[in-house]
Design a protein around this ligand. Structure first.
Ligand code: DOR
Ligand code: ZN
Length: 369
């Protein structure tokens, strides 16, 4: 019988190299450098600004391919991966980037085989119109089946943005409907395919992963554990809390928060920087979390009584699902209050507002070693 989260003991799941040290009234947390399984770096000169935010905090990041010109062909994926990695390595030589290939209606089994041969281990499924730069996304999931079959044979990972886009489906039900209408079919048809539900936001999706086999996992963002949909409207419309999938009900938030204790849920910031005017005038979805990622998770985990599993969640489970060894590098956080900056640069002339800007966090990221 499958274990559910409530029956898991913390000792079964915590990382083994993590130290929580209390000395002279100061608390520090030392743990392995993490794996951000979901980040957006954007493109061109923006990489110079966006990649270092992640490289400073993480050993490795999966950089999503929904760039201005989506990364749909093998050569472009490889070039982007090298370029992003180079910008990160100016900060830390050992920083690694993984880039999924973007799935379109035109993708073929042959292209997927070529991608695999070139070292690409993951493909991203965006339903057309679901989020930022998803205009080239998939219009009919069934058309992908021959490609998914090849991915299953090659043991590749399918990373999924789980939202339907039908205008008659309530916005807050987009993820639930996708899970029941599409993901359950994919999982049944391709039982050995490794699947990641990205930025899980509803209790239905959490339950789906828990009931599924070890081949199915999910990433969790800071915003989906810290907020519920009241935070979209309280004190006026809050554009910096708006993302896809939308922050959902308090009950959904509670289920996502509980899921952090389960070993098939791991860190994926979905850090999605947009220039502040794009946020205000174009209503772009995305929370810019990378500059304070570990501080946000540490703050939230402490409130959930889960600090002891932070290393497991951030540095062990993600690489494990991808089939990589965890990083040998260590990071340190100190329990000290700090205020999130009002703005950070994401381009030579573009500023973005970090998620929870102006709020106080209880942890400060110190250093990597
Ligand atoms: O809120 C989001 N923003 N969700 C996504 O899936 C994409 C991201 C972006 O790229 O802006
Ligand atoms: Zn994303």
């Amino acid at each position: 019988m499958q274990k559910n989260i409530v029956s898991l003991k913390i000792e079964e799941i915590k990382g083994d190299s993590m130290d929580i040290i209390e000395k002279d009234g100061h608390m520090t947390l030392r743990m392995k450098s993490g794996f951000d399984a979901h980040a957006h770096f954007r493109e061109l000169d923006q990489l110079f600004f966006t990649v270092p935010y992640s490289a400073r905090q993480f050993a490795c990041a999966v950089a999503m391919p929904n760039t201005f010109e989506p990364l749909t062909c093998v050569r472009v994926v490889i070039l982007y991966q090298r370029s992003a990695e180079k910008y990160g390595q100016e900060n830390d030589q050992s920083f690694r980037v993984i880039v999924p290939i973007y799935l379109t209606d035109e993708i073929t089994p042959m292209i997927m085989r070529t991608a695999h041969a070139a070292g690409i281990c993951v493909a991203k499924l965006y339903p057309m119109g679901a989020t930022t730069q998803s205009h080239k996304g998939v219009t009919a999931i069934e058309k992908l089946f021959p490609v998914l079959s090849v991915m299953q044979d090659l043991d590749m990972i399918l990373s999924v943005h789980c939202e339907v886009t039908d205008a008659n489906v309530d916005f807050f039900d987009r993820e639930r409907v996708f899970i029941h209408r599409h993901l359950s079919v994919i999982a049944q048809k391709f039982p050995s395919l490794r699947i990641i539900i990205e930025h899980v936001s509803t209790k239905d999706a959490v339950q789906f992963v828990m009931d599924a086999s070890d081949r199915i996992a999910a990433t969790i963002t800071p915003q989906h554990i810290m907020l519920n949909r009241n935070h979209l409207f309280m004190g006026g419309l809050q554009p910096h809390n708006f993302c896809f999938p939308i922050i959902n009900s308090a009950e959904d938030q509670m289920m996502v928060s509980r899921a952090i204790f389960h070993r098939r849920f791991f860190l994926g910031t979905d850090s999605a920087p947009h220039g502040k005017y794009q946020k205000y005038y174009d209503g772009k979805g995305g929370c810019f979390t990378s500059p304070y990622a570990l501080e946000l998770y540490a703050h939230a985990f402490e409130k959930l009584g889960a600090l002891e599993i932070l290393e497991d969640f951030s540095a062990i489970r993600g690489p494990d699902f991808y089939g990589f060894a965890p990083s040998e590098n260590m990071v340190q956080l100190t329990r000290a209050e700090g205020i999130i900056a009002q703005e950070r640069a994401i381009g030579a002339h573009t500023m973005a507002v970090p998620f929870l800007s102006g709020h106080m966090l209880n942890w400060r990221y110190d250093a990597a070693s």
